[in-house]
Design a protein. Structure first.
Length: 357
């Protein structure tokens, strides 16, 4: 039995010595390198690191600190670049062996090269997607203006005053389209440095829906604001949240066109340190494909839409550490959920402060 066990540990030890992953075991009490396999030695050679305990523990100081915390079983992955190669190591706590820690070292050069190529081509794809969108969005009205100008230039004496007015109006509409697009680009860079303050969502959405009063009344939309006290106070930039909410509400109002008993509901709750605010409409809804494409620049189903409303909203939200998510069903309606960091109410209303953890 015992010779069986010895044989087994010899086999394991042989495998560990020759495996293509660097393994180190550090003895933190006696301050020695207890075990080091061939691959670890090779990697550390590449890294030009002297392989004694003191030197290794100095190099891995941050990660060793992390696993001193009894709730942490492994450190974050550290990356070391050396001589055009990339190495990654992680330190693991060895359950039941308090004085030892295990270090796994890997040569991730090929993996990081592939990731860098992937990232670069993803970025190029995104840029060319945006460029083709701009070319299309500005190209169309520009061509239309050029055509109208040619007609006017070649036929001016023959055209009646009414006909000339039609062409001029068309050009003015096209110019307005290009102007709207350029304004959207400006919005894209707005609130780059958000000024976050504690905002009361109930008050915020009450006054925002007042602003939309005429539209809401005309379409006979029932507005319900149902925000729980826990999810009521959030830390955001007020102007950015107003911009985002206006985009979402404009979409909801479009979706509610021609719907029987249109309802717009603002529902709020808290999950941990975040508040979830959902803007729910029972409008036309979106197909699965539409939901997937809604955050793509220039994606629109509207004749006069730029398809930038949600893209800009997402960017503004991410600058304030907030998120946005869409859930929708065709013919049933759409729920847009904003995730925002909670904050205790200013002035510390004791009832609400207690709820905020
Ligand atoms: N509440 C909603 N209900 C149904 N469809 C929606 C809703 N919100 C967004 N969409 C769909 O997502 C698309 C993209 O929305 P986004 O706000 O980005 O652009 P847009 O509304 O088309 O244009 P713009 O915002 O410039 O007027 C819309 O064209 C629409 O098809
Ligand atoms: Mg929109």
């Amino acid at each position: 039995m015992s010779s069986d066990r010895t044989e087994r540990s010899e086999i394991f030890s042989e495998v560990l010595k020759n495996i293509e992953t660097g393994i180190l075991i550090l003895d933190l009490v006696n301050r020695i390198v207890f075990f080091r396999n061939n691959h670890a030695e090779k990697c550390l050679d590449f890294m030009n690191t002297s392989q004694d305990f003191e030197n290794l523990s100095a190099m891995m100081m941050t990660e060793l600190e992390q696993i001193k915390n009894p709730l942490v079983s492994k450190s974050t992955r550290a990356i070391i670049n050396c001589d055009h190669r990339t190495f990654a190591y992680t330190i693991y706590r060895l359950e039941g062996f308090k004085q030892y820690v295990g270090v796994i070292i890997q040569d991730v050069t090929d993996q990081s090269r592939l990731e860098a190529i992937d990232e670069a081509s993803e970025m190029m794809n995104n840029i060319s997607y945006v460029f083709s969108g701009i070319r299309h969005e500005i190209g169309n009205p520009l061509n239309s203006v050029k055509m109208a100008l040619t007609v006017l230039k070649n036929n001016l004496p023959k055209l009646s005053k009414e006909e000339i007015t039609v062409y001029l109006e068309r050009m003015s509409n096209d110019a307005a389209k290009m102007e709207a697009l350029l304004k959207s680009f400006k919005n894209f860079n707005m609130f780059e440095k958000p000024n976050t303050v504690c905002v009361d969502l109930v008050e915020f959405y009450e006054s925002l829906t007042q602003l939309l009063g005429a539209d809401v009344r005309k379409k006979r939309i029932k507005v319900i604001i149902d925000i729980l006290p826990e999810g009521r106070w959030v830390k955001v930039d007020t102007r950015a949240l107003q911009h985002v909410s206006m985009n979402i509400l404009a979409n909801a109002l479009d979706a509610l066109n021609g719907v029987d008993n249109p309802v717009l509901r603002f529902s709020g709750e808290a999950v941990g340190s975040m508040a979830l605010l959902s803007i729910i409409d029972n409008g036309c809804g979106m197909s699965e494909t539409l939901v997937k494409s809604a955050f793509k620049p220039f994606y629109t189903t509207k004749p006069h839409g730029t398809g930038l409303g949600l893209v800009i909203s997402k960017k503004m939200l991410s600058q304030m550490n907030c998120g946005i998510d869409i859930q929708s069903e065709l013919g049933v309606g759409t729920t847009i959920t904003l995730t925002m960091p909670r904050c205790p109410p200013p002035g510390g209303d004791s009832a609400e402060s207690k709820i905020f953890i």
